[in-house]
Structure formats: C-alpha cells, structure tokens
Design a protein around this ligand. Sequence first.
Ligand SMILES: [Zn+2]
Length: 149
Amino acid sequence: MSKTHLSDSEVQQYVFHTFSCSEQLIDHITHCEDCRRKAQLYSVLLDGVNQQNRPVFEFSLSGLVMGQLPPAKTKNSFDNVFIFCLITSAVFLVCIVFYRIGSDLFQVVSTITPMVVYLLYTIASFSFLFLCVAMYVEFQRKMKTLHFS
Ligand SMILES: [Zn+2]
C-alpha cells in the first residue's frame, strides 16, 4: 500500500470503471479506509444522479431550432428548364432512332459483337465502382465536417 492517498480522478475511475483499474489502485482502496469511504460517497452520488428524472423541456426544442435555420435553397428555374430540355431531347432522339430502325432493331442488336458487350460491361463496372468510391469519400468528408463543427 502506498503512503499517499488516491486522487479524486483515480477514485472516480474506480467507482465508474472498476474493470479498467490497475491492481495497485484496487489494492489501495481495499486496504485504505479513507479512499474506500471516498469511493462509497461517489457511489452514493452516482446512485442519486441515476435516480433523477430526465429533464423535460416545457417548449418544443426542435421547433425552436428549426425556426432559426435558413430556408433550404431551391434550384433556380433555369436549371429546371435546362434539365427538362435535356430530357426532352434525349426522349426525342430515342424516338427517332426507334422510328428509323425499329423494324431492323433485332438485326442491329444481333450484330453487336461480344467484344463490344464486354467493353460496355467493363465501362459500366468501373463507372459504378468510381461512383461508389466518390460517394463514400463525400460521406466521410461530411461526417468529418459534422464531427468538428
Ligand atoms: Zn488512501
């Protein structure tokens, strides 16, 4: 047993995290009346805190916080018009292709060589992999931002 008593943090570690304490610390508390009494006081304090009712706000905290947040940004109308024109053009081009070669479509598809199919499969696989990695990196960056703010 050492001659000096344990510090408050060591006694708190014994009370709150007994399994992570060193044997020297446990041995001191076992044999020292003063430190054991201190640990018992912390235990009583911990029991009292655990028996307290959880505080409840008398107002809606989420409503108060949400009211102070800035409104979400909406895309301006030019972006929506551009996307609409792009989709309309794509649909129009697909319709033209089906109209022009609709009767010979099966013959066109059957002439695609396996090499082209493998090439398209490889490109799609790498694109998918790249997008997954980019999404994961973006997620990690946002989580890091949230963690430090
Ligand atoms: Zn002691």
